[in-house]
Design a binder for this molecule. Structure first.
Ligand code: NDP
Length: 282
C-alpha cells in the first residue's frame, strides 16, 4: 500500500489562514536581515516574504553588502532591537565566511522578545521546561510538530530517532518531542551503528543535509519518516531520504520539496504573531 504523503503546503496554508485575524488585529512587522548573496538564502527569503504578503504581514528585507563588517551588522541588530515598529527579525543564515565564527555572538545580540527564529539561548532554554514554555521555538522543529499534529500522527509513547543534532533543527526538535511524551534517540556524525538505531524508530527524522543517506534498509516497516534535509543534486532539490525506495515500506513520509519546507515558513510567521502578543502584555 502506498504511504500517506505528508504534504506541508495545505497544513501551512491552514496555519497561515488561522493567523490572519491576529495579524489584522495586531499589525506585527517582520524583518529579514540578509548579508551577501547566497542564492539559497535569497530563495528562502523570497518564500518567507511571499508568505508574509499572503497573510498581510508587514515585512522588510534589509539586504547588506557581502563584506559588511561585524560591528556594522551588530549596529543594525541593535537598531532593530530598539525599533518599536519591528516585532521580530531574523538574520538569515548562513552568513558570509568572515562572519561565520561570530554567529553565536550575533544570535546572542538579538533581543529574545524579537528572536522569532528562536535560536537564542533564552528561547531555546525555555523549551527545556515544558511545551507550555515553547513560546518562540525554532521554526523548522515547530513546523514538524505541527505537521505531525495535523496528520494525527501520535507522538506520545513513540520511539523517535532524530538524525542530526544542530542547535536550530535536531536538538530543539528532540526536546519538543520529549515534551510531548516521545522516547527520543539523537544520532549524529559520531553515532556508531546508525542503521541499527534508525531501524528502531516508529518516527524517523532526518536532519543532516546528506542526499539519500537514509536508505530502505535503515527504516522499519510501517514507520513514519520526516525528511528535513535539503540538498541540491544536479540542480534539483533532494532530501536526506531515498524517497522512492523508502516510500515502499513506510506508512507516511514527507516529500522533498513540499514536506517540511512550507511548515518552516508558516511557523516563522506564527512566531512573529506570538512575539507581538507577548510584547503587548509586557
Ligand atoms: P547542520 O549541518 O548544522 O547539522 C547536520 C547534522 O547532521 C549534524 O548534527 C551532524 O552531526 C549530522 N550528520 C552529518 N553527517 C552525518 C552522518 N553521516 N550520520 C549521522 N549524522 C550526520 O544542518 P542543519 O541542522 O542546519 O540542517 C540539516 C538539514 O536540514 C540541511 O540539509 C538543511 O538544509 C535542512 N533544513 C531544512 C529546512 C526546511 O525548512 N526544510 C530548514 C532548516 C534546515 P555532527 O553534529 O556530529 O556534525
Amino acid at each position: 500500500m502506498s504511504p500517506t504523503l505528508l504534504l506541508g503546503a495545505p497544513v501551512a496554508d491552514a496555519l497561515l489562514r488561522s493567523l490572519k485575524p491576529d495579524i489584522e488585529e495586531l499589525n506585527p512587522k517582520l524583518v529579514v536581515v540578509q548579508v551577501g548573496e547566497d542564492p539559497a538564502s535569497t530563495s528562502y527569503i523570497q518564500q518567507k516574504l511571499k508568505s508574509c504578503d499572503r497573510v498581510g504581514l508587514r515585512h522588510e528585507h534589509r539586504h547588506l553588502d557581502e563584506k559588511t563588517p561585524l560591528p556594522e551588522l551588530m549596529q543594525k541588530i541593535e537598531e532593530l532591537n530598539h525599533d518599536r515598529d519591528v516585532t521580530g527579525f531574523i538574520v538569515q543564515l548562513p552568513l558570509p565566511k568572515h562572519l561565520q565564527l561570530y554567529v553565536p555572538d550575533i544570535i546572542k545580540a538579538i533581543d529574545p522578545m524579537k528572536d522569532i527564529d528562536g535560536f537564542g539561548a533564552y528561547n531555546l532554554g525555555k523549551m527545556f521546561l515544558s511545551s507550555e514554555f515553547e513560546h518562540l521555538p525554532p521554526a523548522t522543529p515547530a513546523g514538524v510538530i505541527e505537521l505531525l499534529k495535523s496528520y494525527k500522527i501520535e507522538i506520545e509513547g513513540k520511539h523517535v530517532v532524530v538524525v542530526g543534532r544542530s542547535n536550530i533543527v535536531g536538538k530543539p526538535l528532540a526536546i519538543m518531542l520529549v515534551n510531548r511524551g516521545a522516547t527520543v534517540t539523537i544520532c549524529h556524525s559520531r553515532t556508531k551503528h546508525l542503521a541499527e538505531l534508525t531501524r528502531q524508530a516508529d518516527i524517523l527524522v532526518a536532519a543532516v543535509g546528506s542526499p539519500k543517506m537514509i536508505t530502505k534498509d535503515m527504516v522499519k516497516k510501517g514507520a513514519v519518516v520526516i525528511d528535513i534535509g535539503v540538498s541540491r543534486v544536479n540542480g534539483k532539490l533532494c532530501g536526506d531520504v531515498d524517497f522512492e525506495a523508502v516510500a515502499e515500506i513506510v506508512s507516511a513520509i514527507t516529500p522533498v520539496p513540499g514536506g517540511v519546507g512550507p511548515m518552516t515558513v508558516a511557523s516563522l510567521i506564527r512566531n512573529c504573531v506570538v512575539a507581538k502578543r507577548r510584547q503587548a502584555v509586557r
